[in-house]
Design a protein around this ligand. Sequence first.
Ligand code: BJW
Ligand code: ZN
Length: 248
Amino acid sequence: MATYHDLPPHARQRLAVAERVAVLTGAGISAESGVPTFRGPQGLWRSFRPEELATPEAFARDPQMVWEWYDWRRGKVAACRPNAGHTALAAMGVKVPSFTLITQNVDGLHRLAGSTDPVELHGNIWQTRCLGCGKVQENRQTPLVPLPPTCPTCGGMLRPHIVWFGESLDPAILGRAQQVAGDADVFMVVGTSSVVWPAAGLAEVAAMNGATIIEINVEETPLTPDADVTLLGPAGYHLPRIVEGLWG
Ligand code: BJW
Ligand code: ZN
């Protein structure tokens, strides 16, 4: 509805009295940690076409190439630390009576910052799933040897435990996200282009149930016209100011 450079008083008041707050994050919150985003000038997708890499068809055609891309990304993420935006959300989590963090990110930086039990919509880059026995396992080895990695239980080929284009999100995880969005008094949308579904639909679920929608992004997105407030600027600038201003 309107863009701002500071949280306006009406939104500050809504957040101060909110019983239930949910936050949806995207790649933008990890940008200040050095994790490349997907779209935009510095985006991961600039040099790799997503349909060539982040689809089950691409993996079936060339698992080696897809795994090389993930191995490279795992190495990059391993060298990154949570930033002030991640830390502020972890702090918000202990201040608000009922707080849920929903993330599209697979980098695990919210957990590292201290957020407990984030809802990871698109999976986790540190988990693998066996194509043979289906077992999901944590795997932090970087670089991975052998590539593609194999299952220690059955010897089958492993894949990243990540939701690719055209794959359904885990219904229990998506259901939980839709539930908390629908219950929220305030729904914040931080650092996402709001173009990938069904994550992009969560703000609408929240708005339909009366939530105040606060967006934080360095630029306007398709959500901006429907948000109550869009704060323009980096998440690592705005989130600590909000937390300090309300609960510091
Ligand atoms: C900052 C900042 C700073 C920078 N501070 N901000 C309905 C309509 C149309 C299509 C569909 C639909 N429903 C489903 C689809 C198909 C598809 C889809 O959405 N396609 C669209 C792209 C058109 N969705 C799916 O296939 C989903 N599956 C599904 O719905 O199954 C059922 C079904 C299938 C087919 C048809 C219909 C139903 C699955 C989606 C899985 C998404 N997976 C990915 C890749 C995972 C691989 C991996 O990570 O390795 O997840 S895609 C990629 O995008 C990744 C991200 O989580 C996701 C979102 O990206 P995000 O976070 O928004 O990042 P960016 O880079 O796009 O944006 C960064 C933002 O940050 C920008 O706005 C910057 O300005 C900002 N920023 N620095 C604040 N410092
Ligand atoms: Zn197995």
